[in-house]
Ligand binder design. Structure first.
Ligand code: ASP
Length: 354
């Protein structure tokens, strides 16, 4: 499913790379880095991902070292998580919407050509990131949604299958039974054949991966099953270019996980890349987006007793020179990174102290 980016793109990439080299030098003059994650110019590919993406970044870097285009490399990398039935926030095994249907969102962006592809509310396709990449490579559009996205994938030969695992179905049934004590579904602990499991998981998951190869070619990808038990048709930030993912081939790439509604409302990933363009380190750029979210969150049900957001958002960013960073509302969450020092988990910076 992953055909290499075409020759026109490669030529464009060369042009973009020259322009970027100039910009890269400018960003070297940025304020002194405060992040421990800021590193000297590229000594090989760098990939960064959410905490569930350790294997993703490892595979993406391995592929980029072998010469694979960064967009292809990261889409293959996130595919490991999309196919994992135990990750209930992405792809196969993801928690379904309120109707018990797994609806997936994904977007991909290729820095050298500034092309983007996305799918939203796609059903029955295990690898929505591959479909988003196909939209990028094979169409003149950026985003396909719902039935059209599924049909597009089917026509390309993607297998259509039921993505609802038994574990996710049982979680959804418990959620539905617990909704209303007066409806005719008995609460889980009243049911005769209850398996005794009472927990109703709500995932904050998703995988975002941003990467830059040794020659400074950037790409970003986000893929998710979205918020658990969401209203059917709800689209989160992940497939929205500029919200849950954005890549500028001359500057850097960024993405988000967590409460998508908040990320959409501040154009999160786009804002992070713009911050880097204006001289922020990746970590500073992530923190700045989180601050914008916090400052603009006013609805009481979204605030804690201290007036801070009661939800989390994690931002990830990679700069063209390989500097990277991540931040979350309250810090100390894990994110994955792979570079010349190998694949590892690091801790996010925090906007607030707990
Ligand atoms: N950002 C995703 C969404 O809003 C969910 C998540 O990352 O937990 O769909």
């Amino acid at each position: 499913m992953t055909t290499p980016i075409d020759r026109r793109s490669v030529l464009a990439a060369g042009l973009a790379a020259s322009a970027a080299a100039a910009l890269g030098r400018r960003s070297d003059a940025a304020p002194a880095a405060t992040s421990a994650s800021t590193r000297p110019p590229l000594d090989g590919p760098v990939a960064i991902a959410s905490g569930n993406g350790l294997k993703t970044v490892e595979l993406a870097v391995e592929r980029m070292r072998a010469g694979t285009d960064p967009a292809d490399a990261i889409v293959e990398g996130v595919g490991l998580v999309e196919a994992d039935p135990n990750d209930m926030s992405v792809g196969y095994g993801g928690l379904p919407n309120a109707d018990g249907v797994v609806q997936l969102d994904s977007s991909v962006m290729h820095g050298p050509t500034h092309r983007a592809g996305a799918v939203a509310c796609i059903e029955g396709i295990m690898h929505p990131a591959q479909v988003a990449l196909a939209v990028l490579k094979q169409t003149d559009h950026v985003m396909l949604v719902g039935e059209g996205a599924t049909r597009f994938a089917r026509e390309l030969g993607f297998p259509v299958q039921d993505l609802l695992t038994d574990r996710a179905r049982q979680a959804w049934l418990r959620w539905r039974a617990s909704l209303n004590p007066n409806d005719d579904y008995l609460d889980p602990d009243q049911q005769i054949h209850s398996d005794g499991e009472k927990e109703i998981p709500y995932t904050t998951g998703t995988i975002h991966c941003s990467a830059v190869d040794a020659s400074g070619r950037l790409a970003g990808c986000t893929t998710t099953s979205g918020l658990s038990y969401k209203i059917p048709g709800r689209v989160g930030d992940s497939p929205i270019v500029g919200a849950g993912m954005y890549t500028d081939g001359q500057i850097g790439s960024a993405g988000a996980t967590g409460r998508g509604e908040a990320v959409i409302q501040v154009c999160g990933a786009f804002s992070a890349v713009r911050e880097m363009e204006n001289g922020a380190t990746p970590t500073e750029a992530c923190l700045s987006v989180l601050k914008r979210i916090a400052d603009r969150t006013t609805r009481p049900h979204l605030l804690d007793e201290n007036g801070r957001p009661n939800f989390d958002v994690v931002m990830y960013a990679v700069r063209k020179d390989g500097a990277y960073g991540s931040a979350s509302m309250f810090g100390n969450r894990e994110f994955a990174v792979c570079d010349a020092r190998g694949a590892r988990l690091e801790r996010t910076a925090g906007l607030f102290e707990r």
